[in-house]
Write a protein that binds this ligand. Sequence first.
Ligand SMILES: NC(=O)c1ccc[n+]([C@@H]2O[C@H](COP(=O)([O-])OP(=O)(O)OC[C@H]3O[C@@H](n4cnc5c(N)ncnc54)[C@H](O)[C@@H]3O)[C@@H](O)[C@H]2O)c1
Length: 475
Amino acid sequence: MKISVIGCGYLGAVHAAAMAELGHDVVGIDVDAAKIEQLSQGHPPFYEPGLPEILASAIGSGRLRFSTDMADARGSRVHFVAVGTPQQQGSNAADVSYVDAAVTALAPHLSAGDLVVGKSTVPVGTAGRLAALIDASGSGASLAWNPEFLREGFAVQDTVKPDRLVYGVRALPLAEEVPLVEEGSTKEAPSRNQLGAAGFETAASRASSTSGNHPDVDTLNEVYAAAVASGTPLVITDYATAELVKVSANAFLATKISFINAMAEIAEVTGADVTQLADAIGFDTRIGRRFLNAGVGFGGGCLPKDIRAFTARAEELGRGQSVAFLKEVDAINLRRRQRVVDLTVEALGDTVWDKKVAVLGLAFKPHSDDVRDSPALDVAVQLRGLGVNVVATDPQAIANARGRHPQLTYTSSLEAALEGADAVVLVTEWPEFAAIDPVWAASIVRGRVVIDGRNRLDAVAWRAAGWTYKGLGRP
Ligand SMILES: NC(=O)c1ccc[n+]([C@@H]2O[C@H](COP(=O)([O-])OP(=O)(O)OC[C@H]3O[C@@H](n4cnc5c(N)ncnc54)[C@H](O)[C@@H]3O)[C@@H](O)[C@H]2O)c1
């Protein structure tokens, strides 16, 4: 299938390459000429494991090319919209102006039968508005919303083999509605009030079937043929549900992290160990152990801005109270950054001025170079603001961090970061940091104090090597 992917950032570049790898004929379009130039040469503009390989293979096969010209979307049957939806300046709300601009620029190039597929994370109601915009263009194209759940660091595998697919599709006119019960079936037809807001069967009644009997569902099934054939769970629903699925998934994950971090705060005043607490409650399969790692908290280009945008949108809808707890989730999360700063200052003693602190990590999580709203970078910047001589290192994120905070001192050498340090702060749980030999590290630092902002170090081994070890929520 001929496909265009509009917006070639962390999401779009991976999506474009993965779609080409799956056999589609793809053009990736972005307004950033430097990014397009890099991608065209097979060089990802960011670090993502596995992306260089599929990019090279897809470009080599002739099935993937990149362009800055929206006219190159012409002729594609499916147009994925993967542009950014960052937090607005001075507000919690999402800035949807990039999505609006992309769809407006795309509209003149659409033809009847084309399907525009939103992948960006948007406030509920956006898809309905964009569908009206596409209708007004008179092209005969339609819109679906297909939220993306990829995790940076695992983006390629998550795109090729998603854990679920969600299609938010337009309501078909009721006259076009398909029979809800197959001929000869003894099952009763569902009543009108069992139908979804979209005016046809909802996910509950349809999810077991991959043949949507809806042209846009059929098109999406063709795009994702491999995933659909392998039995990937499929939820077919209306626009609003599809939009809400994404933000509520992120709200849930953020809440789970802040929940355990709130327990860490209680553990800190009671002498309890939050890591053991997490293990113990995590054995309950209703709770589960994942996303229960207490530490410096979540960050990145999604969770923080998505929970804020959700709160802002709910307030606009007169339902602010329903998700007011997300403000507390955000506040707990930000307090953990402060806690790491406070522990470090405490460890440095009376004066912090010009004491050297090795900050291990800048990316918001390992296996990524993304520093958007990164707790690690935030801690480094706050310590620098207090006059600490911060020397920060990260396997992949130095260039991005330097672009945002040139005032910090960076080194790609772990040894150079540790050498002569008065304290060591671990804030991104890269495997190479977790694997540091505490005996070796003790031999090159000046002060043997380590603040483990991710609770990833072996406290017993570090203490045995002469370190004062401070974890979060641990005695
Ligand atoms: N990064 C993730 O892990 C992830 C996961 C799921 C969903 N999302 C969502 O996907 C969307 C994109 O996120 P991202 O992390 O890829 O952002 P990003 O900033 O890395 O990429 C966005 C890209 O869109 C381009 N762009 C902006 N306006 C454009 C226009 N009018 N036409 C063409 N290109 C344009 C930008 O130049 C940029 O390259 C966001 O809504 C985000 O919330 C991201």
